[in-house]
Design a protein. Structure first.
Length: 301
């Protein structure tokens, strides 16, 4: 059973005739007939019934069809993998935090598209834990995330850069007039959550004891960096966000940095499954990410 015989079979099914299949495959009609006959002899069953109005698959043909298509697809993938000689190629499904997608990764994606045109990139923004779980389960090839440096079961990780966090408020907020801010004052302020499920926000709540507090300040969960920035600028509350996401607003005075530093540090990191370490596309992405992010940190906007 040869791939070209299976291709002849599936093309006849697709086009509905031996003559049209021959035209599609750029060969003669007797060649298609010969390949189908050889396939039937190998399997020991007829695959088509020849009827006055055309052809019809037999039950054996119906059963063979999905297997034939899978074999053709796998053969094509194997051929491409061998001929690429280790050059990055194929589909790469990447997870990311929204803040990283918007403020760190676009130059990286642009670089990958120009440098490795055979890599098809699909980028999905979700919360950190959902992305890490998806990588472990094989639904994502890799993910970028902001978090503390710690072992993560089943994953390889690399640190790309420290990711400073900043507490921001609008210019008219009462806390902007303070030279020192206590944790009690933070607990008593309306908090605007810019990214639901962000690990750094969970660490912030733990540091302030907000998760176990019987009474706590209101939380406005917007799940959008841009929406959070607008809400903070209008005076609705304060927000803890990666500094890179508010650099422009801090520079022009639309937002103000509050004099409070988180009692923990987080880093932008890249994670992939341990059994995916030899994937040329993942390897290329790790190298490109280290280069692009280091240049961003060296020359901040």
């Amino acid at each position: 059973m040869e791939t070209r015989q299976l291709l002849a079979f599936t093309t006849v099914v697709q086009t509905g005739s031996f003559t049209k299949a021959a035209a599609t495959l750029n060969c003669s009609q007797p060649t298609i007939t010969t390949r189908i006959k050889a396939l039937e002899e190998t399997l020991g069953v007829p695959l088509f019934r020849r009827l006055p109005r055309g052809i019809q698959m037999t039950s054996a043909g119906v059963e063979l069809l999905p297997f034939a298509r899978n074999i053709i697809t796998l053969t094509d993938k194997a051929r491409k993998a061998i001929t690429m000689n280790g050059e990055p190629h194929g589909k790469l499904v990447i997870g990311s935090a929204q803040s990283l997608t918007d403020y760190r990764l676009l130059p990286l994606i642009e670089y990958m598209c120009w440098r490795y045109p055979s890599v098809q990139i699909s980028l999905h923004s979700r919360n950190t834990q959902a992305n890490l779980t998806a990588v472990r389960e094989g639904r994502l090839d890799c993910t970028f995330f902001i978090g503390s440096v710690e072992p993560r079961e089943g994953l390889e990780t690399t640190v790309l850069c420290p990711e400073p966090l900043v507490m921001v408020a609008g210019p008219t907020h009462a806390l902007t007039r303070r030279s020192v801010i206590t944790e009690d004052e933070l607990r008593g302020s309306t908090l605007i959550r810019a990214e639901n499920g962000a690990s750094y926000y969970e660490q912030f709540e733990q540091a302030l004891g907000l998760q176990d507090a019987e009474s706590r300040s209101p939380v406005l969960a917007l799940d959008s960096i841009d929406a959070a920035k607008r809400a903070v600028a209008s005076g609705l509350g304060i927000s803890l966000v990666p500094e890179v996401t508010v650099a422009a607003e801090l520079a022009d005075g639309r937002l103000c940095r509050l004099p409070w530093v988180p009692p923990f540090r987080v880093y932008t990191q890249f994670a992939w499954r341990q059994d995916n370490s030899t994937n040329p596309s993942v390897t290329a992405l790790v190298s490109a990410a280290a280069q692009v992010v280091s240049e961003q940190v060296a020359t901040p906007a």
